[in-house]
Design a protein around this ligand. Structure first.
Ligand code: NAD
Length: 256
């Protein structure tokens, strides 16, 4: 894949409105498992659909139990090489923005500001009431959950169900974020899909929309994806390795 780095660097140099689209594969280097790799979360637990969460307290109890287990790896995670290169690319004007499916807050932790970031699937570092949108910190939820004997707490303002601020399967996509992501995608001239199996919709429609509207499509992922055949460049290698080499080619300074 070494010659591909030169091609990638020249696509980035030629582009004036590139977008990065990131998935769980970007954060495996930070110790957060992805969904669909052989050791991914999907093989351990099927995700809990939104309707089941809302309908049944026993399901909410289980959702929060899993969340607290998962949170051990999320809390200690630090941005990896990929996050740092993308932050440097945004700072240097190489990217209009980063559209992420990740919920781990690692783009923000690597220094990417709101003006350069769209979170399509929410953020797992806090919770909200599904009725009145009141925000709760995870420590508050955990203290209530444990004090009640592992029972999911309700909103203290309105009694509604409290849920991690992420988008579950079957839950409506956040409208403003989806609009901004679509806008960036349709106006991009280069779309970099990084660390995503590109099977979760509607997010996976964005690379297709960008490609149809004339953007070059680059896929960086160690496993094949369904969009490889319409991509202009596919790099099947480790994301940290590829993006570090790209940063070297572009002479980008990285924050430590
Ligand atoms: P996915 O798990 O479906 O796909 C990840 C892809 O990344 C896989 O194809 C895998 O082969 C590849 N990959 C993993 N590590 C890699 C590496 N170091 N180098 C190159 N490729 C690598 O992830 P997805 O497409 O983002 O969809 C999963 C959904 O689950 C998303 O909607 C996301 O919200 C959620 N999720 C998020 C996190 C997170 O925030 N870090 C983690 C797990 C799941």
């Amino acid at each position: 894949w070494t010659p591909a780095i030169a091609d990638l660097a020249s696509l980035v140099r030629q582009s004036s409105c590139a977008v990065a689209f990131t998935g769980a594969g970007l954060s495996t280097e930070s110790g957060i498992p992805d969904f669909r790799s052989p050791s991914g979360l999907w093989t351990k637990n099927k995700p809990i659909p939104f309707d089941a969460f809302v309908a049944d307290r026993a399901v909410r109890n289980e959702a929060w139990r899993r969340k607290f287990v998962m949170d051990e790896s999320f809390r200690n995670a630090l941005p990896g090489r990929g996050h740092r290169v993308l932050a440097a690319m945004a700072a240097a004007g190489h990217l209009t923005g980063i559209i992420t499916q990740n919920i781990d807050n690692l783009h923000q932790d690597s220094g990417v500001g709101d003006q350069h970031l769209v979170e399509l699937h929410g953020n797992g570092s806090y919770a909200t009431c599904l009725e009145c949108r009141h925000r709760y910190e995870l420590d508050w939820v955990r203290a209530r959950y444990e004090a009640a004997g592992n029972v999911a707490p309700d909103c203290s303002a309105c009694g509604g169900p409290v849920k991690s601020a992420t988008i579950s399967f079957g839950q409506a996509m956040p409208e403003a974020e989806m609009r901004r992501a679509l806008d960036w995608s349709l106006t991009s001239d280069l779309f970099l899909a990084i660390g995503s199996s590109l099977v979760v919709h509607p997010a996976a429609g964005l690379p297709v929309a960008a490609r149809r509207n004339g953007a070059k499509l680059v896929i960086i992922n160690r496993e094949p994806t369904p969009l490889d055949e319409i991509a202009d460049l596919v790099i099947s290698a480790d994301i940290g390795d590829v993006l570090s080499r790209l940063a070297d080619s572009l002479d980008l300074p990285l924050r430590h």
